[in-house]
Design a protein around this ligand. Structure first.
Ligand code: HEC
Length: 140
């Protein structure tokens, strides 16, 4: 039922953000803190997010969502692949792998946007940026 933009906004982006924010370093007034899932429940949330990213790749190929029949198909398949690898890392509760695959996931997103939606890659557009802690809420 969703078009590509809605699918990105309501499914892909929240899932990717959950994944990206699950392991890493955040900076606040007290300095830098390492964050990682600490309970079964939190790890399941990371798995769920990876599942959503993976299945979104399939959804991008369904109906009339594909914007062409070559690059789009390959890049959607890459989203399935990275989502699956991200899922395996979460299942293994491998924090380093979750962190590394999060970075790879970001490149899969950006590659497709560079080709099909370059306007969202502008440096001060905060859509689709991993870890938005402390991002530009100040000013005006
Ligand atoms: C197969 C291509 C493709 C992949 C892979 C992809 N995107 Fe997108 N994305 C698009 C296109 C095309 C648009 C522009 C949709 C439009 O505005 O019609 C978009 C738009 C977006 C938007 C803006 C939505 C809005 O409200 O305007 C966000 C956020 C986004 N993508 C996040 C992601 C994230 C996060 C990933 C990776 C986990 C990702 N995308 C992977 C093609 C892709």
């Amino acid at each position: 039922m969703a078009d590509v933009q809605e699918l990105m906004y309501h499914v892909v982006e929240p899932a990717a953000q959950t994944y990206w924010k699950s392991v890493g370093w955040v900076l606040d007034a007290d300095g830098e803190h390492y964050i990682h899932p600490t309970s079964e429940e939190e790890w399941i949330a990371v798995e769920n997010a990876a599942f959503m990213v993976a299945e979104s790749g399939n959804l991008l190929l369904m109906g009339d969502r594909a914007l062409d029949d070559d690059g789009w198909v390959a890049m959607s398949q890459s989203l399935v692949d990275i989502g699956e690898r991200a899922l395996r890392a979460a299942e293994a509760m491998d924090e380093q792998a979750v962190f590394d695959l999060g970075a790879e996931m970001y490149f899969v997103c950006s590659n497709c946007h560079a080709r099909y939606s370059p306007e969202i890659l502008r440096p001060n557009d905060d859509r689709s940026v991993p870890v938005d802690e402390g991002a530009d809420d100040e000013g005006s």
